[in-house]
Design a protein around this ligand. Structure first.
Ligand SMILES: Nc1ncnc2c1ncn2[C@@H]1O[C@H](COP(=O)(O)OP(=O)(O)OP(=O)(O)O)[C@@H](O)[C@H]1O
Ligand SMILES: [Mg+2]
Length: 252
């Protein structure tokens, strides 16, 4: 069997005296859709930032396809094939949808492939950008400035930029935050489509989204994973119900 896409070994992160991540062990297989849930302040974003390289672990390791990437910079981890969603502010509001996606492509390539400098480079780039725009259902918005898009369309564009580099591990931080029910359904379909065959790690508060999308769910409480299992098992877990005071999961 090949190494897991992501493996966390006794991962810890402290800010000053506060130990926020307290020895997390987790294995995420290639092609798995893995959700991280947990109460506010549990450490989900911190864990996310440890995986992407934004934070350096206080102790323990992050392995990517079996390689220890702990302490590497975000761009180095990105080059190895992990891409995280941009915050909404990272969309260029004055640029068109097409220009945004093309930027994502160029940025992820870092101009390092001579391919893009070849005579057909520009054409290939345009074709690739248009292919992504079609995947995220924004073809009819191609030449519109991003700032003029509806909110859900902007989130779709963010996802397009995230997948543009062809990374095989995609991490999305609350992609459905602030969306209506119908917008959420559209985005979930889109996420499923564009991450087909890839590894997906998603932090999300909307339980409907999680149970619909995830193959596996990890529940983080006070910096510890109290359960990591299938959606069915997590839904049935007493420990998880207690952590959520029996409310959120019931409402899902
Ligand atoms: N850079 C930092 N410096 C100091 N404390 C931090 C830092 N980042 C996070 N924390 C603290 O770590 C704890 C966990 O925060 P984190 O943002 O990871 O939680 P979360 O599970 O993502 O919460 P939410 O669901 O509200 O987004 C919080 O108490 C927070 O105040
Ligand atoms: Mg958070």
């Amino acid at each position: 069997m090949s190494a897991p896409a992501i493996e966390l070994r006794n991962l810890e992160k402290s800010f000053g005296l506060a130990k926020i991540i307290q020895g997390v062990n987790l294995s995420i297989e290639k092609g798995e859709r893995h959700a991280i849930i947990g109460p506010n302040g549990a450490g989900k974003s911190t864990l996310f930032n440890l995986i992407t390289g934004k934070y350096t672990p206080t102790a323990g390791q992050v392995l990517m396809h079996g390689e220890d990437v702990s302490g590497m910079k975000p761009f180095q981890i990105n080059r190895k094939g992990l891409s995280r969603s941009f915050q909404i502010t990272n969309i260029f509001h004055n640029m068109t949808v097409f220009e945004n996606v093309r930027c994502g492509l160029l940025w992820s390539m870092g101009y390092k492939y001579s391919f893009w400098h070849m005579i057909n480079g520009q054409k290939a780039l345009t074709e690739k950008a248009d292919e992504i725009i079609e995947q995220i259902n924004l073809t009819s918005r191609r030449n519109m400035v991003a700032g003029a898009l509806a909110y859900a369309e902007q989130r779709a564009l963010e996802i397009g930029i995230t997948i543009a580099g062809g990374a095989d591990i995609i991490m999305l931080d609350e992609p459905c935050a602030g969306m209506s029910h119908s917008e959420t359904e559209l985005i979930v379909d889109l996420i499923r489509k564009v991450t087909e065959g890839k590894t997906l790690i998603i932090v999300e508060h909307d339980m409907g989204v999680i149970f619909d999308l995830a193959d596996k769910i990890s529940v983080l409480v006070y910096g510890e994973i109290i359960e990591s299992d299938t959606p069915e098992a997590v839904r049935a877990s007493v420990a998880v119900k207690e952590a959520y005071l029996g409310t959120t999961l019931e409402d899902a």
